[in-house]
Design a protein around this ligand. Structure first.
Ligand code: AMP
Ligand code: ZN
Length: 482
């Protein structure tokens, strides 16, 4: 039985989708594409990927959508007032002397590239806010019609008090302190209630912007929260099974999404299960651009670590616990990852191990011992995604004296459908192997194929003299720095 912690009920709950069509509708708040995502952001996206993979081995078809915020996310902190400050994209554009459109394209492409490098399964759709301005305007109009919107000098706002008067509850996901009126950074005296938030913003008079749209209320741009309500409704319907994001979004962004959506759908619960990932810290403290420790996947790769080692790092801590990143930790984790992969690849058996061993679609007859370890693994991942326990099962499997290599390989290859660590892919060369060395490695492979043993041995020595070690396996080689 799959159990997950629902941040809405604040309880561990059995996961049961709303509809009984074998489909799970899942939405994750994606990045604001104005700079490189940090390894903190990636922790949250890996969480949604892990959950997606667990749902898949359970046999669900997952309809997954992630948005890309490419407009209108203001610099007022996620925890504070997102309706104030400068537009993050316009600000980055001014700094990099590009247009906001160029910024969104550049960082959006970079996001996709890193998404692949971290072996994240692509959603059915990455939906961009700028491609859905009409849907956002339509939704604001519906909210207005329902009587929950009003206009002030700088925009159209959602009326929280009115929403409550109609019997709705606002802010159930939040820590109450955070949404108390006045707890925000800046007070807008025109707002009826300080909890009210922008649905549509007008440009300050005389300001020139790259991104602007006409609307029934005049030129402007959408408020940050409306895109998620509008796009999830368009692609996944009025009710989602699961909605995922980082824990900071619990305070305002997600309560606002709930209010926007439920204000027009007749109080139908917008989301059944809310999942929030805890933050990644760096050296025990907050990660921030101004602190110089907002590391990106590019930093990880530049320092010679595989993106898969970073993924392994994330798996080592429970997603609801704050996790600390340090370069020493990265080094340790990278070694553990390499060891695991090496042990796995040393199982010299070919073919057929990847047959499915999960759910009702088991494709092979498993030995009693395989069933035992498979079930251990499944109960770990079903226990609110206890990945470190699942990794521990994997290590025990690899060391087990009664399982044969074939069974071990079959089990671990299947476990990796959830881990996504590319354990069976030999071609994942760590980024710190220079091209010159790789050429020598490839040349040596050619020699081995044509049985030129003494030449290939000589080349191995040359490679070693350069400080790299080559290990041969029945279906290829691995190279590592020594
Ligand atoms: P943003 O681009 O700021 O909207 O953030 C994208 C996603 O990353 C959101 O789900 C955030 O909650 C999440 N996030 C931001 N910072 C961190 C962090 N340090 N650790 C984990 N997740 C984070
Ligand atoms: Zn969102």
């Amino acid at each position: 039985m799959l159990k997950i912690f629902n941040s809405f009920s604040k309880k561990l709950e059995e996961f049961v989708p709303i509809r009984h069509d074998g489909k799970v509708r899942m939405y994750a708040c994606g990045p604001t594409v104005y700079s490189y995502p940090t390894i903190g952001n990636w922790r949250t996206y890996v969480l949604s990927d892990l959950f997606l993979r667990v749902l898949q081995i359970k046999g669900y078809r997952v309809d997954f959508v992630m948005n890309l915020t490419d407009v209108g996310h203001l610099t007022g902190d996620n925890l504070g007032n997102a309706d104030t400050g400068e537009d993050r994209l316009e600000k980055a554009a001014a700094k990099e002397k590009k247009t906001a459109w160029d910024i969104a394209k550049f960082y959006g492409d970079d996001f996709m590239d890193s998404f692949g490098k971290l072996n994240l399964i692509k959603p059915r759709l990455f939906s961009k806010a700028t491609d859905h301005i009409k849907e956002q305007i339509d939704l604001v109009q519906r909210i207005e019609k329902a009587g929950f919107a009003y206009k002030i000098t700088d925009g159209i706002y959602f009326d929280v008090a009115e929403y409550e008067k109609k019997g709705n509850v606002y802010g159930e996901l939040s820590n109450l302190e955070e949404i108390k009126p006045g707890a925000r950074v800046e007070i807008n005296s025109e707002k009826r209630d300080q909890r009210d938030f922008a649905l549509w913003k007008f440009f300050p008079a005389g300001e020139k912007r790259d991104m602007e749209w006409d609307s029934p209320w005049g030129m402007g741009f959408p408020g940050w929260h409306i895109e998620c309500s509008a796009m999830s409704m368009k692609y996944l319907g009025e009710q989602l099974d699961v909605h995922i994001g980082g824990e900071d979004l619990k305070s305002t962004h997600h309560p606002n999404e709930i209010a926007q959506s439920e204000s027009v759908t007749g109080k139908k619960p917008f989301v059944r299960y809310w999942m929030h990932g805890a933050f990644l810290l760096v050296d025990g403290g907050r990660m921030g651009k101004s602190l110089g420790n907002a590391y990106t996947l590019h930093d990880i790769i530049e320092k010679g670590y595989s993106p898969m080692a970073l993924r392994y790092y994330y798996l080592s801590a429970h997603y609801r616990k704050k996790m600390n990143f340090s370069w020493e930790g990265m080094e340790g984790v990278s070694n553990s990852y390499k060891r695991l992969k090496k042990e796995f690849l040393a199982l010299r058996v070919e073919g057929g191990q990847d047959k499915n061993i999960f759910g009702s679609k088991v494709e092979v007859e498993l030995s009693g011992r395989e069933v035992f370890f498979r079930d251990e693994f499944v109960s770990a991942v079903e226990d609110d995604l206890n990945m470190s326990a699942a990794l521990a099962v994997t290590r025990v499997v690899l060391k087990d004296e009664k399982l044969n290599s074939f069974e071990k390989r079959r089990l671990v290859e299947n476990f990796d459908k959830v881990f996504g660590l590319k354990l069976s892919e030999r071609d994942e060369i760590p980024a710190d192997i220079p091209e010159e060395v790789m050429e020598m490695v490839n040349k040596r492979e050619e020699m081995r194929k044509t049985k030129q043993w003494s030449e290939s041995d000589a080349l191995r020595k040359e490679i070693e003299a350069k400080g790299y070690k080559v290990s041969d396996f029945f279906d290829g080689v691995t190279v590592e720095k020594v």
